[in-house]
Design a protein around this ligand. Structure first.
Ligand code: IPM
Ligand code: MG
Length: 356
């Protein structure tokens, strides 16, 4: 059966980097991968056309697809819009409408890029960590929220951090299962010393750990976790955390690997239907210049093959092809250094296809 992929390029560098991942998928299609690609609008691009960052047609397309490939959303142009129609709402709406609660963000250092990290090569060499971020709950979605005017006329902004036990358990299970296939260690990150909500997070993770005798559970406060990520990142195998902490820690982890332009992600529902996107944003400052790094998006397509399309072998091939182009010394501007060859977005995509 043909697998249906919804392609949502979005804003900024989104269309450029998605085009390169599509080149890779088209190549695999020529070799027999049975997929169809349907395009939709999301984010600012959708707002400009339709007045909403998540048009009904896009939501229908995403719901009917087996997997979604997304570029990025947002940009200066839409920053002054009301928060309810900002491009980011399109992305958050997709995550929540499709129940994509499990966000996997692997931070893997390609040895060829050890020198591109701002940290000492010996600190990051061999880094292979997986951040499991809860994606449809927490302070991103908690009610009540808003900006209100107090009796004295002063404005007050407020958001709510909430997690139900069942939400904590279901993301915990994902983390424990993944750790079982890796080094068997989960570090749960919270702020249980201050926030009751994450005290419950810690208790629930501790209880859940009893079902996983072969996985080692540890806990860490988020401030310490941020410090440990730059001090000694190789101590981690799997980190599991809340929506907002995961957002912050995954950007931090990305720099360990040399560039935020290298990190893919998968956002999965209970049935491994998934949305795949680079963890970086739309980078409006370099949009349209053909200089962005398409590798995070190409590696996201590899995750799609692995987690939703059951094509682990093709996923391996993409990852090897990426490694090959790095071996060949090809680098986009973000990872370029002396002695390597600077290439454009499209040249990088072509090189990955050739290396396949
Ligand atoms: C991410 C992004 C998004 C988030 C934004 C664009 C809404 O930063 O995927 O990490 O905060 O989740
Ligand atoms: Mg983020």
């Amino acid at each position: 059966m043909t697998k249906k992929i919804a392609v949502l390029p979005g804003d900024g560098i989104g269309p450029e980097i998605v085009a390169e991942a599509v080149k890779v998928l088209e190549q695999l299609r020529k070799e027999g991968l049975d997929i169809s690609l349907d395009y939709g609008l999301v984010g600012g691009a959708a707002y400009d056309e339709t007045g909403t960052p998540l048009p009904g047609a896009t939501l229908d397309l995403a719901k009917s697809a087996d997997a979604i490939l997304l570029g990025a959303v947002g940009g200066y142009k839409w920053e002054s819009l009301d928060i309810s129609v900002r491009p980011e709402k399109g992305l958050l709406g997709l995550r929540s409408e499709l129940n994509l609660f499990a966000n996997l963000r692997p931070a893997l250092l390609y040895p060829q890029l050890a020198g591109a990290s701002t940290l000492k090569p010996e600190v990051v060499a061999g880094l292979d960590l997986m951040i499991v971020r809860e994606l449809t709950g927490g302070i991103y979605f908690g009610q009540p929220r808003g900006i209100r005017t107090l009796d004295n006329g002063e404005k007050q902004g407020y958001n709510t951090l909430v997690y139900r036990e069942s939400e904590i358990k279901r993301i915990g299970k994902v983390a424990f299962d993944i750790a079982g296939k890796r080094q068997g260690r989960v570090c749960s990150v919270d702020k249980a010393n201050v926030l009751e909500c994450t005290e419950l997070w810690r208790e629930t993770m501790t209880e859940l750990a009893q079902d996983y005798p072969h996985v080692d559970l540890s806990h860490m406060y988020v401030d310490n976790a941020a410090m440990q990520l730059v001090r000694a990142p190789k101590q981690f195998d799997v980190m599991v955390t809340t929506n907002m902490f995961g957002d912050i820690l995954s950007d931090c982890a990305s720099m360990l690997t040399g560039s935020i332009g290298m990190l893919p992600s998968a956002s999965l529902d209970e049935n491994s239907k998934g949305m795949y996107e680079p963890i970086h944003g739309s980078a409006p400052d370099i949009a349209g210049e053909n200089i962005a790094n398409p590798l995070a998006t190409i590696l996201s397509a590899a995750m799609m093959l692995r987690y939703t399309l059951d094509q682990a072998e093709m996923a391996d091939r993409i990852e090897k092809a990426v490694s090959q182009v790095l071996d060949d010394g090809l680098r986009t501007a973000d990872i370029h250094s002396e002695g390597t060859t600077k290439v454009s977005t499209s040249a990088m995509g072509d090189a990955v296809v050739a290396a396949l």
